[in-house]
Design a protein around this ligand. Structure first.
Ligand code: RIB
Ligand code: CA
Length: 311
């Protein structure tokens, strides 16, 4: 059982990852969500999560975090997620409210109260996670692991060698990767290996409330791939979550990972030290490859489980 806090910037793939987690209460005890600015402003990503919880009739605590990176300016991503941050589905007016606690205070209270260690799923920029670790270092002992969608072994999406979540707040990433807490890293390459074929997403249409939300999300999210002539797309944020659920689907490797803060072409790069395979100081579990068909089947099985809750 993972006692889970999901730190996110919804974001289409953030919502899909969260739905997979919600479908598996036998594995995930979701303690709450914290939101961070990234794909869109803090207000918008938080509103998106509250609206989706209204639609799905869930009521997990939601606490708002930082609205800007530690040093860098905010750079939202309307191209991938739209002006709202969750363009596509017609969402209901939010009938949920935030806790009123700042994200790092929610994290502090939750870890102090939890009799078990807590796992963080970080699927947006790492601003909240970093400043929590800096503010309450004594609570590191209550953290089981930090599972991150972020970085890459040797590629980039927002920049030549930088992935969005890391690039958006590289100082935060440096703090998290240097914290000594166990880190599981789902970089771009393993996310691409788990890509969904655009035709596969069609099967969700009309199957049920959760499947329909997924289908409607993908109608917008797929455009980024279609506009580039691709026949598949990566649902990035569900990758570290499905690793926690089904680690047997993945190949992993242990490496030291450093965060580059400087460099015209490399700021926000995760430098994975492939040359060092022994005497590792703080090895990161780098997700290296995934069995694509089984990985995608976990998504559809999870949507089926959620659909049955509304029948
Ligand atoms: O690079 C992919 C990441 O950036 C995902 O978390 C997506 O939601 C965006 O935040
Ligand atoms: Ca995200």
């Amino acid at each position: 059982m993972y006692h889970l806090i999901i730190d996110c910037d919804p974001g289409h793939d953030d919502i899909i990852a969260s739905m997979v987690a919600m479908a598996h209460p036998e594995t995930f005890d979701i303690l709450g969500f914290t939101t961070v600015a990234g794909n869109q402003t803090l207000e918008k990503v938080t509103s998106n999560l509250l609206k989706v919880q209204t639609l799905l009739e869930t009521d997990y605590p939601v606490s708002m975090g930082y609205d800007v990176p530690i040093i860098k300016a905010l750079e939202v991503q309307p191209l991938a997620h739209g002006e709202s941050g969750l363009d596509g589905p017609a969402l209901p007016k939010a009938e949920r409210k935030v806790t009123g606690l700042h994200a790092i205070e929610f994290m502090r209270e939750t870890l102090k109260r939890s009799p078990e260690k807590v796992t963080f799923l970080c699927i947006g920029p790492l601003t909240n996670m970093a400043l929590f670790l800096k503010t309450y270092p004594y609570l590191k002992e209550k953290i089981e692991a930090i599972a991150i969608m972020g970085g890459a072994v040797n590629s980039g999406n927002i920049r030549l060698k930088s992935e969005f979540n890391i690039y958006h707040d590289p100082e935060a990433a440096k703090i998290v990767f240097a914290s000594g807490v166990k880190i599981i890293m789902a970089g771009l390459e393993v996310c691409y290996a788990g890509s969904i074929h655009l035709s596969e997403a069609e099967q969700a249409n009309g199957r049920g409330r959760a499947s329909q939300l997924f289908y409607d999300l993908m109608q917008f999210y797929d455009r980024y791939a279609i506009d580039r002539g691709w026949d598949r797309t990566a649902i990035f944020d569900m990758t570290p979550l499905i690793y926690l659920l089904k680690p047997e689907l993945f190949e992993t490797r242990e490496y030291e990972v450093h965060i580059e803060l400087d460099g015209e072409y490399t700021r926000g790069m995760t430098v994975v030290d492939l040359a060092k395979t022994e005497n590792l100081l703080h090895p990161v579990t780098v997700l290296w490859d995934v069995k694509r068909e089984e990985f995608i089947q976990v998504l559809f099985d999870s949507l089926d489980i959620l659909d049955r809750r509304y029948q």
